[in-house]
Design a binder for this molecule. Sequence first.
Ligand SMILES: [Zn+2]
Length: 440
Amino acid sequence: MKYVFFIFLALVFSLTFAIFLAAHPAHALSSIDVNNEHSVFHEQSGFVAVISISQTIDDYEIDALELQPGSLPRKKVSTQLGPPSSSEIPSRQAGPVLVISNAKGEVLFSEPLIFPAYQTIPPLPPGHPPDNSPSIIKPERIQTVVVAPYFEKATQVSIILGDIDTPVKSRSLAPLHQQYEKSTPRLFQNSNTFPSPTGFNILILSSGFSDSQMNQFTSRAREVKNLILSIQPFSSLKSNINVHIHQQKSDLGCAPGCHSIDRLLCCDTHLVMNAAIFSGYYHDEIIVIHNTNIYSGGGYREYGTDYIYNSAISYATTYNGPLTAKVALHEFGHSFGNLCDEYVYNTEGYIYSSCVNCISACIEWIAVSSYCNRGCDARRDYFRPENSIMLSLDYSFFNKPSIEAEYFPHGLRKRLMHFTETIPVPKVSFPGVLMLLLDE
Ligand SMILES: [Zn+2]
């Protein structure tokens, strides 16, 4: 009887293993890397390189380069069942690419640089008289951050443009290698406490809260979390969304009054991304709550559908006050949804950039909404759907076209499903396991 039980156990084990192998064939990981133009993972050193690049009108700068213990958490792969399928993704124009190479000039890693397109300013608080602040600006200098695997043999980081091989900017990696390798312990990100690598991950970071004020941050962060998870499309996909609230005390360089706009709250993008990596949490989107009682916030909008390549770089900020959660939700509408503002302050001349909720004709959303109101986001001649939080903080929800739009640049649900409908990639607990899967 005992033996029968063992045979049964062995059978169950083999079957489970066979199913696992079928679901996660070793070559799948290699093909993911090829598809994403990411390089070989088994050469990872146990560090990641956090590289900040800024773009001005006619130049690029490698602003900062730091190593952090860790590994790249995951690669997302479309199942092709859920949107967006590759045929729907507009091809990106040849833009700047970050390249990490070794002494022989061989490319170890390359990734297209995704810059946020615009910075958004929160709406006036309800009841406040209009002022002359814009709703959106294009800063002269805009920053992005690439988190790359750090290779021991890497010597150079460069930015190349399109098809031209000649770097427009280069920086040596070698001194960093010597500085960190001996002194820093090799900690991989704590994969045991990681949530599932699938799903949509929002990271809420504290800024400027002391130890004794951290409870205030946590309760504000919970307000933000509860509001997002209570409304569509997030409420219906709640089981696939992780909201991580991370108390941290490093300076993120946040302050209101940015670009001389009182209610624009900016942070240092490099410091925000560094803190996000250091938190150990996955982050598809980031919301920073800064400890100031001045009504303020901010967000970034991307070019078209760049969320597919890097969603976290367009992050949102909010202040510490009664409207924390509403400002966060509105700015999240810009930073995650690439939504337009739906209000017009009669101070025309601001920037219009494609979105699903402010367009030239209502015909696009006729299947989901019969509302058609003239005037939105500095385009008096364009149309918006029904009232929503993108019109005013009096509302706490997005309108139907903002949620359901299938058209470019994609509504919130389609965007969310890009993250929630993915093939589960096996968790990387130990570098050895990853090597085993890749070195077939
Ligand atoms: Zn706005």
